[in-house]
Write a protein that binds this ligand. Structure first.
Ligand code: ADP
Ligand code: MG
Length: 351
């Protein structure tokens, strides 16, 4: 009679595993948008159209003109730990947003996901997965690229559904995600439309920017953060020990009462990192009173081997091999720029 209460060890099935993983990867509609838009960027898209309804809870549709997926690969795109982006031999050499092969299976486990795609030289095809149940690939009509349509997010996990905030709050979070990715990719065009209630309202648009790095970046940042920012910002461009820091940092006179306009990117990836925001704060310490916060959009680029992006599934944290170098670079480059600007300002005043 020991058998009665003895716990039995079972292998979970894929649907259960994907639902559990989804808890980490897909916290709210904005995280689903992030995953789908990152996939579009990874696919080399020049234009990405994002449509949402009801804060993304009922509909998220991302349309891109990227490389597409061949019909035979569609089931793999939905399979767990299947990715076209790395071969697993060098996790320190990652050049794409994705690499875990977790997003699509997770989304398909907690919502209804349809992928329609066409790769050059192939017919268009589609595949559907709902609540983890995958349907066979079917022919479809599409000229090029991919449409990823996610409906009824979290319908399969009602507990998670209860944690959703208002449509307004979720829509705002989605817009933030899209804007951050738009800042990271000036050469890609983005549109965000709200289709709630059967309407179609453009809530954000950033046309593809051409030109040299700083010109394209400045134009994109003006579009996303406002021309006030770019008109009142210093160009930052500095290197140290294999790290390059570039971007725009606002003059101390253009500061904020809260740390709400600080955008940091590592190897093109939007990150939220305490060490980096701490460095930003430190750099402005001599130029701002304690209740004011700097405004900046800063990019650190380095060899993928110098930074580990494999810290968390949502991947907004990074770990530098040498955090001191990143910190020192930010502090010294910004201080130098700010001191020079102060100097120029006082020269102008006295002259
Ligand atoms: P990951 O991005 O980590 O590889 P995903 O689950 O997000 O994992 O996607 C799985 C695979 O599906 C990708 O590696 C890619 O080959 C393919 N894929 C997903 N979205 C797109 C897209 N928009 N265009 C082309 N291929 C895509
Ligand atoms: Mg992905």
């Amino acid at each position: 009679n020991i058998g009665k209460d003895r716990p039995v060890i079972r292998q979970l099935d894929d649907a259960a595993i994907n639902r559990i993983a989804a808890g980490e990867v897909v916290e709210r509609p904005a995280s689903a948008v992030k995953e789908l838009v990152e996939n579009a960027i990874d696919a080399g898209a020049a234009r990405i159209a994002i449509e949402i309804a009801d804060g993304g809870k009922t509909l998220i549709r991302v349309t891109d003109d990227g490389c597409g997926i061949a019909p035979g690969d569609l089931p793999l795109a939905l399979a767990r730990h299947a990715t076209s982006k790395i071969d697993g031999t060098d996790l320190l050499d990652i050049h794409s947003f994705g690499f875990r092969g977790e997003a699509l299976p997770s989304l398909g486990a907690v919502g209804r996901l349809t992928l329609t795609s066409r790769a050059p030289g192939h017919d268009a095809a589609m595949i559907r997965v709902a609540g983890g149940t995958i349907e066979p690939v079917k022919p479809a009509a599409l000229r090029a690229g991919t449409v990823a349509e996610l409906r009824d997010l979290f319908y399969a996990t009602p507990a998670r559904l209860k944690f959703m905030r208002s449509d307004r709050a979720e829509t705002q979070a989605i817009a933030d995600v899209v804007k951050r990715l738009a800042m990271a990719e000036p050469s890609v065009g983005f549109t965000l439309r709200d289709m709630s209630g059967g309407g179609s309202r453009e809530t954000f648009r950033a046309d593809a920017e051409q030109g040299e790095l700083f010109d394209a970046l400045t134009a994109r940042l003006a579009g996303v953060m406002g021309r006030d920012f770019t008109d009142n910002a210093l160009r930052i461009d500095a290197t140290r020990d294999g790290l390059r820091l570039y971007g725009l940092a606002a003059l101390p006179t253009y500061s904020r009462g809260a740390a709400v306009a600080q955008f940091l990117f590592v190897n093109g990836r939007p990150v939220r990192d305490r060490m980096l925001t701490g460095a930003l704060r430190g750099a402005y310490a001599d130029f701002l009173s304690r209740d004011r916060h700097p405004v900046a959009a800063l990019f650190i680029d380095c060899a993928p081997s110098l930074v580990d992006v494999n810290v968390h599934p949502a991947k907004s944290e990074v770990r530098f091999r040498d955090p001191g170098t990143a910190r020192g670079l930010i502090v010294s480059a910004l201080r130098h720029a700010l001191a020079g600007a102060g100097h120029r300002a006082s020269t102008t005043v006295s002259g």
